[in-house]
Ligand binder design. Structure first.
Ligand code: GLU
Length: 305
C-alpha cells in the first residue's frame, strides 16, 4: 500500500435512493481509495434539478450500511456557490469565457462549424460584439456563461480504459439561472477537496477530457481516473429503478438483506464466491485493481432474490 496524502471520492446526485449499480460504483471508489492509502470523501451533487429532499440522507445511510466510511463531513455542492463563481471570475479575467444567449433549440438547429466534432457548441455567441450582446440582453434572455476553449480535443489516461481522447467544446460553466454547471462544479470541488483519484461509472468518461482541460486552465492538478463499467439490465441498458427491486429498501422488502447485496456485489467484482458472507474490510484485503472484470455487470433483478 502506497502512502499518499490524496483522496478519492464518491459524488452522488441526490435524486432518489441509490440502486445496486450506484452502490457498486461507490464500493469500487472506496476500495480504490483505501487500497492506495488515500482518504475517502463524499460530495453531494445537489445542484442538479433532479435533487430531492431527504435523498442525500438516505443515500448516505445506505452507503454506511454496506460498510463504507468517509473521512470528513460530506461536502454539499449547493454550499459552494462563492467558490464556483470565483473560478468563473478567474476564467473571465483571463478572457476565457463568453456569455451565451442560445436556447437548446437554437443550438440544435444551428449548422455545425466545419471540422467541429459532433455535438460541439456551434459557436453562435462566441464572437458577439457589445451591441449584439446588449440587444440579446434587452430581449430578457439571461445568459449562460461558456468556456472559450482553445482546443477541440483533450486526451486523458484512464487507469482502466487507457488513453482516451474526447471532445472539448465551449461548454457551459454557469447556467442561465445562475447555477454552476456540472463540469465546472466537479472540477472546482474536486480541487477544493484535494481529490486526486476519481473513480466513477464509465458513462462519464466522455465528460472527462472537458474536466481535465478545465482543471489545467484553473491551475488544478488533473486527478487519476478509473472509469468502471456500468451495471446493466438484461436488455443491455443501464440499470434503473424501473427495472424492479434494485435499491436496498426495495430488496429488503423482498427479503434480500444488505449483507446479501454486499455479497452479490463482491461476487460480481470477483472478490467473493457465491453466497459468501463478506465485509468491506475483507474485500479491501482481497482487492486488486488489476484483476477487476472489464465488462459490465448484467443484473436481472428477478434473479437477485
Ligand atoms: N453526480 C454525478 C452522478 O451521480 C457523478 C459525478 C462524478 O462522479 O464526477 O452521476
Amino acid at each position: 500500500m502506497s502512502e499518499t496524502a490524496g483522496a478519492g471520492r464518491y459524488a452522488p446526485s441526490p435524486s432518489g435512493d441509490l440502486h445496486i449499480g450506484n452502490l457498486r460504483t461507490a464500493l469500487l471508489a472506496w476500495l480504490f481509495a483505501r487500497h492506495s492509502g488515500r482518504r475517502f470523501l463524499m460530495r453531494i451533487e445537489d445542484l442538479d434539478d433532479r435533487a430531492r429532499d431527504g435523498a442525500a440522507e438516505s443515500q448516505l445511510r445506505d452507503l454506511r450500511s454496506i460498510g463504507l466510511d468517509w473521512d470528513e463531513e460530506p461536502m454539499l455542492q449547493s454550499d459552494r456557490r462563492a467558490a464556483h463563481d470565483a473560478a468563473i471570475d478567474t476564467l473571465t479575467a483571463a478572457g476565457r469565457t463568453f456569455e451565451c444567449f442560445c436556447s437548446r433549440k437554437e443550438i440544435q438547429a444551428a449548422p455545425t462549424a466545419p471540422h467541429a466534432p459532433p455535438g460541439a457548441y456551434p459557436g453562435t455567441c462566441r464572437d458577439l460584439d457589445d451591441a449584439q450582446r446588449a440587444e440579446r440582453r434587452a430581449e430578457g434572455r439571461p445568459p449562460a456563461i461558456r468556456l472559450r476553449s482553445d482546443t477541440s480535443r483533450f486526451t486523458i489516461t484512464d487507469d482502466l480504459c487507457g488513453r482516451y481522447t474526447g471532445v472539448v467544446d465551449d461548454f457551459v460553466l454557469r447556467r442561465g439561472d445562475g447555477t454552476a454547471a456540472y463540469n465546472l462544479a466537479v472540477v472546482v470541488d474536486d480541487g477544493a477537496q484535494g481529490i486526486d483519484q476519481v473513480v466513477r461509472a464509465d458513462d462519464l468518461l466522455s465528460s472527462t477530457p472537458r474536466q481535465a482541460y478545465l482543471a489545467t486552465l484553473l491551475g488544478l492538478p488533473v486527478p487519476d481516473h478509473a472509469h468502471v463499467p456500468l451495471v446493466l439490465n438484461t436488455a443491455g441498458q443501464r440499470l434503473a429503478k424501473r427495472d424492479g427491486a434494485v435499491t436496498l429498501a426495495d430488496l429488503a422488502l423482498v427479503g434480500v438483506d444488505t449483507a446479501r447485496v454486499l455479497s452479490m456485489m463482491a461476487r460480481s467484482l470477483r472478490l467473493a464466491s457465491a453466497n459468501e458472507t463478506v465485509t468491506t474490510a475483507v474485500l479491501l484485503d482481497r482487492f486488486d485493481p488489476t484483476r477487476l472484470p472489464d465488462g459490465p455487470w448484467i443484473v436481472d433483478p428477478d434473479d437477485l432474490w
